[in-house]
Design a protein around this ligand. Structure first.
Ligand code: B16
Ligand code: MG
Length: 215
């Protein structure tokens, strides 16, 4: 089946908020005296806020109650949202805007499929809020990537069958989610070497619309 829609992950694909997530978690881990580094941060890509916290707390020396965990997640989100105030259209990753324009010209539908509950804020701040035909994000779903729920919801909001959609992802969990949903997957950034992806590129400036539509 030919590709009729492209579903973009947000953090790490459209905009590099992944560094702000890292800084937020690192500050929280330091505050709680828990070991955390960039290698561990790679495991959090595409994973929901609470599941990310559970991964960080694997290294904690004490047990945290649900209330304490809710407060820690809120603290991290406050730090993250404060850092987000800095982002602007200048932070859109290379190749994204020209690719979106070319897809529109070819009548290919575009959607966001993100685990982030901050997606609406981020899209508004980078000025791409009106660009997408549909969005599905962490506010809409129960199961986060690698479960395909967010991408299946995005495809249905586009009115397309999963097999007619291509997912663009920077996280291993997201690559698996796209494949589990029966979609093709372009892996970029941190996931660019993922052997399971349909194809890979360092970022979107290295991808042509023809490659996307004929994968
Ligand atoms: P929030 P994506 C994901 O977004 C991030 O990659 C991941 O690091 C983050 O924990 C998750 O969103 C939840 O974000 O705390 O803002 O709800 O890559 O799926 O666009
Ligand atoms: Mg991502």
């Amino acid at each position: 089946m030919s590709i009729k829609g492209v579903i973009f992950d947000l953090d790490g694909v459209i905009v590099s908020t992944d560094e702000f997530h890292y800084q937020g978690w690192q500050r929280l881990a330091d505050q709680e005296n828990i070991f955390f580094d960039r290698a561990m941060n790679d495991r959090l890509r595409g994973v929901s806020r609470m599941e990310s916290l559970d991964i960080i707390l694997e290294k904690a020396k004490k047990n945290y109650s649900l209330d304490e965990k809710m407060r820690l997640a809120e603290t991290k989100n406050d730090i993250y949202r404060d850092l987000l105030k800095k982002i602007s259209p200048n932070d859109i990753l290379p190749g994204v805007v020209s690719l979106l324009k070319e897809l529109k010209e070819k009548n290919i539908k575009v959607a966001i499929g993100s685990s982030s509950r901050n997606s609406p804020t981020i899209l508004a701040q980078i000025g791409l809020g009106a660009y997408f035909d549909a969005t599905a994000d962490g506010n809409d779903i129960k199961k986060s990537k690698p479960d395909p729920e967010v991408f299946l919801l995005a495809a249905s909001r586009l009115g397309l069958k999963p097999a007619a959609c291509l997912v663009v992802e920077d996280a291993q969990a997201g690559v698996q989610a796209g494949l589990a949903g029966g979609m093709k997957v372009l892996a970029v950034g941190a996931a660019a070497n993922d052997p399971d992806a349909t194809f890979s590129a360092p970022d979107m400036s290295h991808v042509s619309v023809e490659q996307l539509l004929n994968c």
